[in-house]
Design a binder for this molecule. Structure first.
Ligand code: DX5
Length: 231
């Protein structure tokens, strides 16, 4: 696989944060050196959990200068997309499994002025994105079944990460499309994911529960991911 020149990016999930102090959480994450913030948006339908509406994200927006991405774990991304862009998200990640007309959904997101991305649940094949690579800047390979933080990493997803990364490279888009992993990403698992081709690392528990604090956790994850991705 040709080595691409994309940087390793740390994209914390704020799911483990104190929901009564989300402004402070995003400020602290920015101070700790993360690259962007991921908002796990859950509608209680697509996944059995309910989290952030657009107003919550809009309230946090003024506390942080970093890019926000919304991971839309929702059944109706077309209905919600505009509100999350208005709330300050510059990337919207939709689930292939929730989109009857994925190509149209991604095109609509781009027409809103955001960048579009596709998330794949563990059972969804990489081929689900092969006909929309021209519309996206990121593929999210879920390394857990979505809905909750603190789950165990599904190591068999590394084959899919590699397949997605190779598909992107074969399409000549190796430096344009990121591969993101989300779920159980920690110092123990990040090297396998990044060696397979993941360059954007979503982590919640591994960051918020690190004994050395957020900055140490971010540095550790970045160093391990960079070493594995560029090997
Ligand atoms: C699942 C969520 C989690 C979260 C990260 O729907 O998307 O993967 O972001 O959880 P941790 O890092 O705690 O496994």
């Amino acid at each position: 696989m040709d080595r691409v020149t994309l940087p390793i990016q740390i994209a914390p999930s704020v799911l483990p944060a104190d929901f009564a102090e989300l402004g402070k959480a995003v400020r602290d994450l920015q101070t700790a050196g993360v690259d962007l913030i991921q908002w796990d948006v859950m509608d209680g339908q697509f996944v059995p959990n309910l989290t952030f509406g657009p107003d919550v994200i809009a309230a946090a927006r003024r506390h942080c200068d970093l890019p926000f991405e919304a991971h839309l774990m929702v059944l109706t991304p077309d209905v919600m997309a505009a509100e999350y862009v208005k709330a300050g998200c510059s990337r919207l990640i939709v689930h292939a499994e929730a989109c009857t007309h994925l190509h149209r959904t991604l095109d609509n997101i781009r027409s809103l002025g955001a960048t579009a991305a596709v998330a794949l649940n563990p059972a969804t094949p990489a081929s689900a994105v092969e006909n929309v690579l021209d519309l996206i800047d990121l593929v999210l390979v879920m390394t857990v079944n979505p809905g909750f933080g603190g789950q165990n990493y599904i190591g068999t997803m590394e084959c899919k990460v590699r397949e997605v990364r190779n598909m992107i490279t074969a399409a000549g888009l190796g430096d344009a499309i990121n591969v993101e992993v989300d779920g159980g990403i920690s110092a123990a698992t990040v090297s396998g994911a990044s060696a397979a081709g993941a360059n954007v690392l979503v982590a919640g528990s591994a960051l918020f529960k690190h004994p050395g604090g957020l900055a140490a956790a971010v540095s550790e994850l970045r160093d391990l991911g960079t070493a594995a991705f560029s090997a």
